[in-house]
Ligand binder design. Structure first.
Ligand code: IPD
Ligand code: CA
Ligand code: CA
Length: 270
């Protein structure tokens, strides 16, 4: 697959940051047993990865704006903005669980047009650009074809300390438990969306996400032929902080499930 110059830039940045994370991940295991624990070390690894991504992207596209989870922010030309999560799945990383990724998206004139998600431990590189399809390690991706919920594996996220709406989550889960083949919460939203694009999950939904958790994954799911909206079926992903994704049929079922579960708490996570 011949990649565009834009995707090459994004992939180079994701792979470089990913290599740095993979090296640091090796260290984390040694730190698990130390008295201080690995938390400080992990937050440095996170910052290092953001610095690498910022350096690589701004070298290649100096006029573009930048929004990074770890605080890097550039206004740029007002037309282009990178949206970056240097380490999605921090809690996994901290605990030695190899499910984490670098996530980079490009927004052009307010529209998400390219996304790259890289898991350096599994060496899985997901890329997508508007109109050109989605790929994992050069293999074309397609969302799953399953439509019967009873056969479906569904991904989601769960509230954790200080975040999320426990009542709504329990009500949503209650509706699904008995109707699906399985529900998963691996802990890295960018990868959840990439796995939905790859047809591993038949659908995914989560609330209380930030733009950098979902931006790249949205492009991946769309370019893999999937449907992706906010929890009300619209495109205010960032404002609503919620996302529902899957093939057409599973996406519809998940939207209904979320609506039936009760009123969504609108707005960013508390
Ligand atoms: C988190 C992960 C997780 C989601 C959380 C996010 P982080 O991102 O994507 O799956 O449930 O809401 O904050 O903090 O690991 O970058
Ligand atoms: Ca994240
Ligand atoms: Ca992060």
């Amino acid at each position: 697959m011949a990649r565009s110059a834009l995707l090459n830039v994004m992939v180079a940045a994701a792979e470089k940051a990913g290599r740095s994370l993979a090296r640091d991940f090796g260290e984390v295991e040694n730190l698990q047993v130390s008295r201080k624990g690995p938390a400080d070390f992990v937050s440095k690894a996170d910052m290092r990865a953001e610095e690498i991504v910022y350096r690589e992207l701004s070298k290649a596209r100096p006029s573009y704006g930048f929004l990074g989870e770890e605080g890097t922010s550039e206004q740029g030309d007002g037309h282009h903005r990178w949206i970056v999560d240097p380490l999605d799945g921090t809690t996994n990383f901290l605990h030695g669980v190899p499910i984490f990724a670098v996530s980079i998206a490009l927004e052009r004139q307010g529209e998400l047009v390219a996304g790259v998600v890289y898991n350096p431990v599994m060496d899985e590189l997901y890329v997508a650009e508007k109109g050109n399809g989605a790929f994992m390690n050069d293999r074309r991706l397609r969302v799953s074809a399953r439509s019967d919920l009873a056969d479906c594996l569904i991904g989601t996220g769960l509230p954790f300390m200080g975040h999320g709406n426990q009542v709504r989550t329990l009500s949503e889960l209650q509706q699904l438990f008995g109707r699906v083949a399985g529900i998963r919460r691996p802990g890295a939203a960018a990868l959840d969306l990439a796995w939905t694009a790859a047809g591993r999950y038949d659908g995914f939904w989560e609330h209380d996400l930030k733009p950098w958790d979902m931006a790249a994954g949205i492009v991946l799911v769309r370019e893999a032929g999937g449907f992706v909206t906010d929890a009300s079926g619209g495109t205010k992903y960032f404002e609503s902080a919620s996302i529902v994704a899957g093939n057409e049929s599973v996406h519809r079922s998940l939207l209904k499930m979320v609506a039936d579960a009760g009123p969504a708490k609108v707005g960013p996570r508390s």
